[in-house]
Design a protein around this ligand. Structure first.
Ligand SMILES: Nc1ncnc2c1ncn2[C@@H]1O[C@H](COP(=O)(O)OP(=O)(O)OP(=O)(O)O)[C@@H](O)[C@H]1O
Length: 406
């Protein structure tokens, strides 16, 4: 069914007191961004609800985009009809035909802001209800207390709007309302899910990706960028910062005892991410670590790595089981990409038996064996930033995914 307007209900915004206006303004601009492909659409973010006037845009397509915008509790597509009772009956009949496939209970709920309209709310409820019962005797029964379907009729000055379906929104908070965070994005399963969860709580993320050519391939880099394109569906576009890491890894490999290779590498990654955050007004670092999953993800290890900064390091998937993370990865469409077998710079240089309980004092001592500042400066001087838009693709589809590994 082609609708005329979508009425959007806010999520947690209502609990945010004086910040409410900022949240609503931000949601309004995020919705405009998400719908930028539909120039005819107009978005009005009002204090109680947000209205999307479709002006002929395909309502199914618009709703598909709207479903991904954080900060929306649910929304209802509406039909706009002429201000007469016959038009209301005709449209209501069409809606029931389209949406009701088996017997249900229903009620009509009318609101009237145009008090000059010929029928009051009570009359509209009773007469339209009676009409629909007559039209669909085998499908509809009235239940005014707990109906399966509520058909809302809003009599406004500029027309009558009919709404029934309630489509669940993405929940969460509008992206941007929590400030900016630097997301350490690998090509794996966990960090894209962590990025999604951070965005869901209102964080505007910038991706930081470490790559080590020639040990890691162009395709591995392209995969991380393409994952960013998938995640950009939730916010419009995301900055992707690629940080060269080869020289740092080679130096660490040469100078640091094997048991601490992984810890010192991670310390350098974190130092670089923090340096970028400080330069780019980021407030925290996000990563995809989950407690106990691998050697670097014990609490001792986190302590020995986090030692390099006092900036918060936030781990949205910390307490999730792998299966739970995979389930979300599938829902958000990153899983199939994440499991493509391209190498990550961490795995290439991971020693056979990294310390699961590294000591902070030793990590500090071994780190002193390399020129931390000099190496960081070189790496930071060669970063590349790409603005990646929703759905952008980077992987060369024709290339054999295994070719790089041989
Ligand atoms: N090349 C990289 N660039 C940026 N961040 C990285 C990179 N490799 C690892 N990380 C960060 O470190 C975290 C832990 O990485 P690790 O490889 O130990 O674990 P993982 O559980 O396989 O994570 P993922 O599935 O996200 O790769 C990642 O979730 C990510 O946040």
């Amino acid at each position: 069914m082609q609708y005329d307007e979508i009425m959007v209900r806010y999520g947690e915004l209502s609990t945010k007191g004086h910040n409410r206006k900022n949240f609503i303004d931000r949601l309004g601009s995020n919705v405009r961004d998400a719908l930028h492909k539909f120039p005819e659409v107009k978005v009005h973010a009002n204090p109680d609800r947000l209205h999307v006037s479709l002006n002929g845009a395909n309502s199914d397509e618009v709703m598909r985009h709207l479903k991904l915008v954080f900060g929306i509790q649910n929304f209802s597509p509406s039909l706009k009809v002429d201000k007469n009772y016959d038009a209301v009956c005709k449209a209501a009949k069409e809606m029931i035909e389209e949406q009701v496939k088996h017997p249900i209970t229903f009620k009509i709920e009318t609101r009237r802001s145009d008090h000059h309209f010929e029928m009051d709310t009570f009359q509209m409820n009773r007469e339209l209800g009676g009409y629909l019962l007559q039209q669909f005797p085998d499908l509809l029964t009235v239940d005014v207390h707990h109906p399966d379907l509520t058909l809302r009729v809003e009599i406004r000055l500029n027309g009558i709007f009919l709404t029934s379906e309630k489509v669940p929104g993405a929940g969460g908070l509008p992206v941007g309302t929590a400030g900016k965070g630097m997301m350490m994005l690998s090509g794996g399963i966990d960090s894209p899910v962590a990025a999604y969860l951070a965005m869901k709580r209102g964080v505007s993320v910038e991706m930081v990706h470490f790559f080590s050519p020639p040990y890691t391939s162009e395709q591995a880099l392209a995969k991380a960028k393409e994952l960013t394109g998938k995640l950009a569906h939730y916010c419009g576009s995301i900055n992707f910062i690629q940080v060269p890491f080869t020289e740092i890894q080679e130096t660490i490999k040469e100078k640091v005892p094997e048991g601490y290779l992984m810890t010192v590498q991670r310390r350098l990654m974190l130092r670089l991410a923090v340096a970028l955050a400080e330069k780019r007004h980021g407030l925290a670092i996000f990563n995809g670590e989950s407690l106990g999953q691998v050697a670097s993800q014990t609490m001792q290890s986190m302590r020995a790595i986090e030692d390099v900064t006092n900036m918060p390091v936030l781990r949205p998937v910390l307490s999730y089981d792998k299966n739970e993370i995979i389930k979300i990865a599938k829902q958000i469409g990153t899983y199939d990409l994440s499991i493509l077998p391209y190498e990550d710079c961490c795995t290439v240089f991971t020693p056979p038996s990294p310390k699961t309980m590294p000591r902070v004092d030793r990590a500090r001592k071994y780190e002193q064996l390399i020129d931390v500042d000099g190496l960081m400066q070189k790496s930071l001087a060669n970063i590349k930033i790409t603005r990646i838009h929703a759905g952008e693709e980077f992987l060369n589809q024709n290339q054999d995914v295994f070719a790089d590994l041989l």
